[in-house]
Design a protein around this ligand. Structure first.
Ligand code: BES
Ligand code: ZN
Ligand code: ZN
Length: 484
């Protein structure tokens, strides 16, 4: 897919389709008005008949209209004119692209930008790339067809931000959508290598021997029963001054979570290829941060393991020693994400991180609390959490805070070790998980994002195919950008 800038009149451009915007109460955008005039009022008539209302993400296709060179005109609802922000623009552009990509199209003009601010254009261009990209990676007959050339009615110089974001979100989605026979710690490290090759990111990979030398006993226990050995993947973006302590982005990368001996039941296991979405989000965000040259030092840390079963699998009652020296009694091998993160968070701390964000498909309990579309955020530093919340709100990616009261942490006391890896019973499970993680970040300001719900969608939306969502890549990039 290439993204280019429109340099012809909208009515004269030859294309498979042109997309024009319509606001609420049927107010036409600049390009829609031009098309309306050229077609002898085709859009106006549809507004009068009530077919076009301008409601957000409403789509109305005009086929082979006379008066314009393009084969089709898609009238796209944008809602209220003064409420077009990043979220509106992203969803609308993605909705249009999603619909057009039902068939193979070589040239599509997205002419909905209407004196928009740079950040809104970025979100829209990003959406146009995300909308026409599908999870049908291994289908012979594709459901969606990436658009050959997407032509935007903005200046050439305004395309780069959205292009980088869109490609990076799609990278995260693709990594999550890869099946677990293709996506395992070593192959994920290979994808990270590809990203490092196309950017200035410095890559370091810890294999099993190095993880052992580094005393990552908690992470290693989880990965022990798989023939696919674990990896810690580290990417450094040196965008800031040499002496600036980096921001650490940490991701849970369980490439498949069977639950281990605390085995998951069939239905619950099927989606568990998504359990590396935290790591995939970090990789996507690091790519964008590097490509956009953000002037901040950032380190991405991805803990990659497969949680399986064999004769050497870690067991209930095992006591593990984490990298920071704390001992953990295993009460449930399906609460493995926190065991992986325990060591990776400590690597972030000892790397001298100024602040930490971690992303993890950590608990089903977070989905019970907040549903499928909202990530839970938990922190040891309210200021750092509100910065993250503000970045997410600007991007239209939903997060909601859960409390970190001490009582939840008390549930993690073990009779034989410093900690056990689950709370008492299932209530408040998202929070007890976060309280567990808190033991491994020391005094470093840290915010945890539980993305178990939003990382992977069972159902498609008008703007996004189901499967890996790529959600929070844009939030992370925005957060780092705000620190610049
Ligand atoms: N990977 C799962 C959490 C998950 C569930 C992610 C559904 C995405 C969708 C995690 O490792 C897990 O199994 N958590 C357990 C924790 C429990 C054993 C304390 C859970 O949520 O049931
Ligand atoms: Zn699990
Ligand atoms: Zn898991």
């Amino acid at each position: 897919m290439t993204i280019t800038a429109l340099n012809e009149a909208i009515t004269k451009v030859t294309a498979d389709a042109i997309v024009v915007g319509c606001y609420k109460e049927g107010k036409l955008s600049t390009t829609a008005a031009e098309v309306d005039t050229a077609t002898g009022g085709a859009i106006s008539r549809l507004i009068e008949s009530g077919d076009v209302t301008g409601k957000r993400n409403e789509t109305t296709m005009l086929l082979a209209p006379t008066g314009v060179a393009a084969m089709r005109v898609l009238v796209l609802g944008l809602g209220e004119r003064d409420k077009v922000d990043r979220a509106v623009a992203f969803e609308a552009a993605a909705t249009a692209a999603y619909q057009i990509a039902a068939k193979q199209r070589d040239r599509v003009v997205m002419a909905i930008a209407d004196e928009w601010a740079t950040d809104v254009i970025d979100a829209a261009v990003c959406g146009s790339l995300v909308g026409c990209t599908n999870q049908d990676l291994y289908r012979s007959e594709k459901n969606r067809h990436p658009i050959g050339e997407i032509i935007w009615n903005v200046e050439e110089s305004q395309l780069e931000g959205g292009r980088v974001l869109g490609e990076s979100v799609n990278l995260t989605r693709r990594l999550v959508n890869e099946p677990p026979n293709a996506m395992y710690p070593e192959s994920f490290a290979g994808f990270a290598q590809e990203v490092a090759d196309e950017t200035d990111l410095e890559l370091e990979i810890w294999d099993k021997a190095k993880l052992t030398e580094e005393k990552c006993g908690s992470l290693l226990a989880v990965g022990r029963a798989s023939v696919k050995e674990p990896r810690l993947v580290m990417l450094r973006h040196n965008g800031g001054p040499k002496d600036q302590a980096p921001i650490a982005l940490v991701g849970k990368g369980v490439t498949f979570d069977s639950g281990g001996l605390s085995l998951k039941l069939g239905d619950g296991m099927l989606a568990m290829k998504c359990d590396m979405a935290g790591a995939a989000t970090v990789l996507g965000a690091m790519r964008a941060i590097a490509k956009l040259n953000l002037p901040v030092n950032v380190i991405g840390l991805m803990g990659m393991v497969e949680n399986l079963i064999n004769g050497d699998a870690y067991k209930l009652g095992d006591v593990l020693t984490a990298r920071n020296g704390k001992t953990i009694e295993v009460h449930n091998t399906d609460a493995e994400g926190r065991l992986v993160l325990a060591d990776v968070l400590d690597v972030a701390v000892t790397s001298g991180a100024a602040k930490i964000i971690d992303l993890a498909t950590l608990t089903g309990a977070c989905m019970v609390a907040l549903g499928n579309d909202v990530a839970g955020v938990m922190t040891n530093d309210e200021t750092w959490q509100s910065e993250l919340q503000a970045a997410a709100a600007t991007c239209g990616e939903q997060v909601w805070p859960l409390p970190m009261f001490d009582d939840y942490g008390e549930q993690l006391q073990s009779k034989v070790a410093d900690l056990k890896n689950v709370g008492d019973g299932r209530w408040g499970g998202a929070i007890t998980a976060a309280k567990f993680l808190e033991n491994f970040v020391g005094d470093t300001p840290w915010t945890h994002i539980d993305i178990a719900g939003p990382a992977f969608a069972g159902k498609s939306k008008s703007w996004l195919e189901g499967g890996g969502s790529g959600k929070y890549v844009r939030t992370l990039v925005e957060l780092i950008n705000r620190l610049a």
